[in-house]
Ligand binder design. Structure first.
Ligand SMILES: [Zn+2]
Length: 327
């Protein structure tokens, strides 16, 4: 068999949702009751990203005797919306990885399907089991391939990428792997002569990327039902996190640590577009950044690689990827 190489179908990327959540937490009034929920969500996604990054790095070094593609973070709408952490696509099979960065002693139970973890201090947490979801994703991806008249098996595994998770008990229903087991496991998969052609593999790769739609949970105040007045305006200092940098003629200055920045408004505008409203006008921008000059606000928005909607004085700007929503 010829040697193959791994190719990146869709490379690792941090989710922009994490940055947006961070911005919201920084700007949220201390009295808002959603604060803890948002912090938990932020920590959960951050840990998830970190785990996925580690698994992606390990897969990028993997060699198999045949070519394969690796995809990170796919949002596919087949029978329902599914979010696949990592997918490997080969001429012989597809493999879904559900990555769990959860510390502690882990038990996966059936009936009810639960993931129970016990921390070293004895504290127990119960999570939804990833097993039924993985089973569902395998089913739906299989269906997606069949609809394209392509027949390769779809497998799946739950990955615990860090040694800080200790698998006490798994349910035998699903393959559970730790990071160092991934490569040997994939090498052992039996590839019979039946396979799709290179052209079909390319076709599937394109079909998957076509089907992928960015996850757009914005604006976050709508998603989390947060009153607008609970979210502060202003520019945040990226050195000391103080809100309320002051605009001088050509830069921003922090009133707390006195550091200077010429681009601190970009993060603020990004926050506005993900947290408060998907679109921003010149006037809304001035109000949010607390600046007076129409020209200054115009230049800031114009230099940010945003999509321009409408013309003349009514023009609004939005983030390029938010445009996916209307597709
Ligand atoms: Zn500062």
């Amino acid at each position: 068999m010829e040697g193959g190489s791994n190719l990146i179908g869709k490379g690792y990327s941090d989710t922009h949702y994490l940055d947006a959540l961070y911005g919201l937490i920084q700007r949220l009034s201390l009295s808002n009751p959603k604060r803890q929920e948002l912090l938990n969500e932020y920590n959960r996604i951050k840990a998830g990203n970190f785990g996925e990054k580690v698994v992606m790095n390990s897969l990028e070094q993997l060699q198999l005797p045949y070519q394969f593609y690796i995809f990170h973070d796919l949002y596919l709408s087949i029978e329902s919306h599914i979010q696949i952490d990592i997918l490997i696509l080969t001429r012989y099979y597809a493999f879904i990885f559900e990555v769990k960065n959860i510390k502690g002693a882990i038990e996966l139970t059936d009936n009810p399907s639960q993931l129970i973890r016990t921390l070293p201090d004895g504290e127990i947490h119960v999570f939804k089991s990833p097993e039924p979801q993985l089973e569902e994703y395998i089913y739906q991806l299989q269906k997606f391939f069949q609809n394209k008249n392509i027949h390769i098996p779809v497998y799946g595994a739950i990955i615990f990428p860090f040694t800080s998770s200790f698998i006490k008990q798994s349910s035998n229903k699903t393959t559970v792997l730790q990071k160092n087991e991934i490569k040997p496991f994939l090498r052992r998969i039996v590839t019979k002569c039946d396979s799709i052609t290179d052209d079909e593999l390319e076709y599937l790769r394109h079909s998957i990327l076509d089907k992928h739609k960015e996850f757009i949970p914005y604006p976050l105040i709508e998603r989390y039902n947060i009153p607008r007045e609970d979210v502060s305006n202003g520019v945040i200092c990226n050195k000391c996190n103080t809100l309320g940098m002051k605009r001088l003629s050509h830069y921003w200055r922090c009133p707390n640590c006195y550091s200077k920045s010429s681009k601190a408004h970009e993060r603020a505008i990004y926050d506005y577009l993900t947290i408060i409203n998907n679109k921003i006008s010149n006037e809304e921008c001035r109000k949010f950044l607390n600046i007076k000059s129409v020209d200054q606000s115009y230049r800031m928005l114009k230099n940010m690689n945003l999509i321009k909607l409408g013309k003349t004085s009514r023009v609004k700007y939005m983030l390029p990827y938010l445009n996916y929503k209307s597709n």
